[in-house]
Design a protein around this ligand. Structure first.
Ligand code: HEM
Length: 122
């Protein structure tokens, strides 16, 4: 699969399922649930579109939301190590449930782990 994107190797259905499972974790989280809007559905969709784009799929996220500027978009919430750890725990749990290959899971984890540390702003 040399030359293909992580998006191609994971497959869109797995990415969508991962975000659904991730948000299920967020929904019951004592620390970070309160940062999210009451209705999680639009937020879920934004993360889906973002990850599809970031992993090499369609650029619908940018068409709808503009340049990601993710760190800047996250300035409105206080994100410390604690919040980042909770976010990552839900992503890790979602990845453990997922059924795509270990190699792609590791690459995806590497990406979101670094991105989450980058989002820390306090
Ligand atoms: C480090 C811990 C993090 C916390 C506490 C956090 C929290 C949040 C919150 C509260 C929102 C608002 C939900 C919405 O209405 O869309 C949000 C949006 C978003 N987050 Fe995070 N986030 C974190 C890390 C990340 C990471 C690592 C990524 C990407 C890999 C990410 C990608 C996004 C995206 C794409 C949006 C929607 C931005 C938009 O288009 O407005 N977040 N995040």
């Amino acid at each position: 699969m040399e030359g293909t994107t992580l998006y191609d190797r994971i497959g869109e259905a797995h990415i969508l399922k991962l975000v659904d499972d991730f948000y299920e974790g967020v929904e019951g989280d004592q620390v970070i649930r309160k940062l999210y809007p009451k209705d999680l559905l639009p937020a879920k969709n934004r993360l889906k579109l973002f990850l599809i784009q970031a992993l090499g799929g369609s650029r619908t996220y940018t068409d709808e939301r503009g340049h990601p500027m993710l760190r800047r978009r996250h300035f409105q919430w206080k994100i410390g190590e604690k919040e980042a750890t909770h976010w990552l725990q839900h992503m890790h749990a979602a990845l453990e449930k997922a059924t795509f290959a270990e190699k792609e899971k590791n690459e995806f984890w590497d990406y979101v782990y670094k991105a989450a540390l980058h989002m820390i702003n306090q």
